[in-house]
Design a protein. Structure first.
Length: 379
């Protein structure tokens, strides 16, 4: 296959006019066969969402093959070709079953399952957000190792509150085995800095479930900005962070260190109503999901592609930067950039073509056209 005359998103994070070649499901140096006229279209890697919980009425923590499959199908239809869904705060027994289900999942349909984001239970009670307080647990390396074994090594991210008992020891023990993210934390600057110095290198949904950045108390946000090895997640759904905050974040961190995520829950792709997240009741009205009892924001109700569009169209993030934050950066963070997240020769040919309005014109998965102007979606 040859994608001709497109605006190709390169490994340098910029667009250039040219052709893209696909051979045997991989990006190639040259190829022959079917041609796609991509004149005036943006040719980008398929998106990678490394932090979302659920969509279209299914949740990763349902712990069933059907749930993952239905979620993967929805994500792929929206140009998200690789997924690393997030768990919630549950008991070790429940998480074991959830992770075993993921380990045995066969990628036959939809987006490719490339990992697990273990968001709970090693978080703080004070900043639990929409996590279930019943199962909050101090960081425990042995417990993590058991869960990683159940997951077949799929856990790519593990979240911790660094101020909790045993957190620093946890970082020392597992930092070479998994990416450690600070999350749902009340940590001050010094505590967060120590965690980063010891080996943590990621922040979960920046600004949310943590102290605000203040001029005398910079907290986790300030510590993350100070450490160039730290990448930060950002939810650009128009609910979790103000557009000015998003633009300021790019000035603070640059587009090499920001990762767009959706943090979506099961109402994503569905109508307003009553839903659940992590075993707790959630009310959805418009683009806002909140815990029914407490009123805390409970994830988002949009997908990563829509977050990307909102970032560009409404928050004035440059297109190339937004693409980078939804493709290259998440793939790099979870260690799959050798195969996904870019359009370099040898990588899996997961490609999305967008028009000037950022509407999807083509979805190509592993070299196969699944959506085109002639077909709404082909499995």
């Amino acid at each position: 296959m040859i994608i001709k005359n497109g605006k190709i998103f390169g490994e340098n994070g910029q667009f250039s006019d040219g052709d893209l070649y696909i051979e045997n499901g991989k990006i190639a140096i040259s190829a022959s066969g079917e041609e796609i006229d991509a004149t005036d279209l943006y040719v980008i890697p398929g998106l990678t969402d490394i932090h979302f919980h659920a969509c279209v009425g299914y949740d990763f923590c349902d712990g069933t093959p059907e749930a993952i499959e239905k979620m993967a199908e929805y994500e792929l239809k929206n140009g998200i070709t690789t997924i690393c869904p997030a768990s919630m705060t549950f008991s070790e027994e429940q998480l074991t079953d959830i992770f075993k289900n993921a380990a045995s999942y066969e990628n036959k349909k939809g987006a490719t399952l490339v990992g697990i984001n273990m968001e709970g239970p090693f978080i703080s009670m004070e900043k639990k957000g929409a996590q279930n307080p019943e199962y909050i647990h101090n960081p425990d390396a042995e417990m993590f190792e058991r869960l990683q074994k159940a997951a077949g090594g799929l856990i790519k991210l593990v979240d911790i509150a660094p101020e909790t008992e045993g957190a620093m020891e946890f970082i020392e023990k597992v930092k070479d085995k998994v990416r450690i993210s600070l999350a749902h934390t009340a940590a001050d600057y010094d505590t967060a800095k120590e965690a980063f110095d010891r080996g943590a290198n990621h922040v979960t949904h920046l600004y949310n479930a943590m102290p605000p950045f203040a001029h005398r108390a910079p907290g986790v946000i300030g510590a993350a900005c100070d450490n160039e090895n730290v990448m930060v997640e950002l939810i650009c759904d128009g609910v979790h962070s103000h557009p000015v905050t998003v633009r300021t974040t790019f000035k603070m961190f640059g587009d090499d260190r920001i990762i767009f995520i959706s943090d979506s829950m099961m109402a994503c792709g569905l109508e307003d109503g009553q839903y659940t997240l992590g075993g707790q009741d959630v009310t959805v009205k418009g683009n806002v999901a909140t815990l029914t009892k407490e009123g805390n924001i409970a994830g988002s109700v949009t997908n990563l592609m829509n977050c990307l569009r909102k970032a560009v169209k409404e928050m004035k993030v440059p297109l190339a930067s937004a693409i980078k934050c939804a493709t290259m950066n998440p793939a790099k963070a979870i260690g799959i950039y050798d195969q996904y997240g870019g359009l370099a020769p040898g990588k899996v040919a997961d490609v999305v073509l967008l028009d000037k309005n950022l509407d999807i014109q083509y979805i190509i998965k592993e070299g196969n056209i699944l959506k085109s102007p002639q077909h709404s979606f082909i499995r």
